[in-house]
Design a binder for this molecule. Structure first.
Ligand SMILES: Nc1ncnc2c1ncn2[C@@H]1O[C@H](COP(=O)(O)OP(=O)(O)OP(=O)(O)O)[C@@H](O)[C@H]1O
Ligand SMILES: [Mg+2]
Length: 231
């Protein structure tokens, strides 16, 4: 098992103004799954991803990722674990504007203390894998949205994480670019053996997953198999 949430609740703020984002959510994510979190705006998808990523901590309940209880890890250890085992793709890419594509992709390797030559080699290989070998010297502003998103996917995979989390990775893309990114997630997930969890409003993305988790008002409503993981 890659991750397990047990009776997790998340409140933002406290007292009368507190917002409840997750209400007693329990779920397990197995190795190799491609999980799509779906549900209306505000239902708690991003909050759930943040807890899985260790970016945030639950108000109640336990989050265990790769056998580690996140509540017991101090902040520094949490950051270390995230950098090694979890790749994150955000909706707005979060690429550093002054760095080229290849520099953005190799950055997690440099932060991790990998030999810079090796980090560069991996970054170039990944950019080629996502079809952007010819854009490695471009800065984000010189790329299209779909290209930036693919750079962000490549970056998330640099340290060969066991789990990749993505928050609306196709939210800003047209349907053609979305398809490319979805196919990429599926292929790379299989090829690199990574478990994928992503939040999405797109029925096409959900249909590409192996399991759909439907949420509403901070609760998990139902879990259904996705359609075409093995196709
Ligand atoms: N930092 C925060 N402070 C206060 N409330 C927050 C915070 N982040 C989220 N919330 C609230 O928690 C609830 C869940 O938000 P969340 O971002 O998880 O929803 P979501 O499903 O990702 O929505 P969307 O599809 O719009 O991205 C919402 O009611 C939101 O207003
Ligand atoms: Mg969200």
């Amino acid at each position: 098992m890659v991750a397990r949430l047990d009776q997790v609740s998340k409140y933002y703020g406290s007292g009368e103004s507190a917002t409840c984002a997750l209400r007693s959510v329990s779920l397990e994510i197995e190795e190799g799954e491609f999980v799509a979190l779906v549900g209306p705006s505000g239902c708690g998808k991003s909050s759930l991803l943040h807890l899985l990523a260790g970016i945030d901590r639950p108000t109640q309940g336990s989050v265990v990722v790769f056998g580690q209880s996140l509540a017991e890890l101090e902040d520094r250890k949490l950051t270390e674990m995230r950098l090694g085992k979890i790749g994150i793709v955000f909706q707005f890419f979060n690429l550093l504007p002054t760095l080229t594509a290849v520099e953005n992709v190799e950055l997690p390797g440099l932060l991790r203390g990998i030999d810079p030559k090796e980090a560069r080699r991996r970054a170039i290989a990944l950019l080629e894998e996502v079809g952007l070998g010819h854009r490695s010297g471009h800065r984000p502003e010189q790329m299209s949205g779909g290209e930036m998103q693919r750079v962000a996917v490549a970056r998330a995979l640099l340290l060969e994480p066991g789990m990749v989390l993505a928050d609306e990775p196709t939210g800003n893309l047209d349907s053609e670019a979305s398809r490319v990114v979805i196919d990429l997630f599926r292929d790379l997930g299989k090829r690199h053996g990574a478990t994928l969890v992503l939040a999405t409003h797109s029925p096409e993305v959900a249909a590409a997953s192996s399991r759909i988790i439907r949420m509403r008002d901070g609760r998990v409503l139902e879990e259904a198999p996705g359609k075409s993981w093995d196709s």
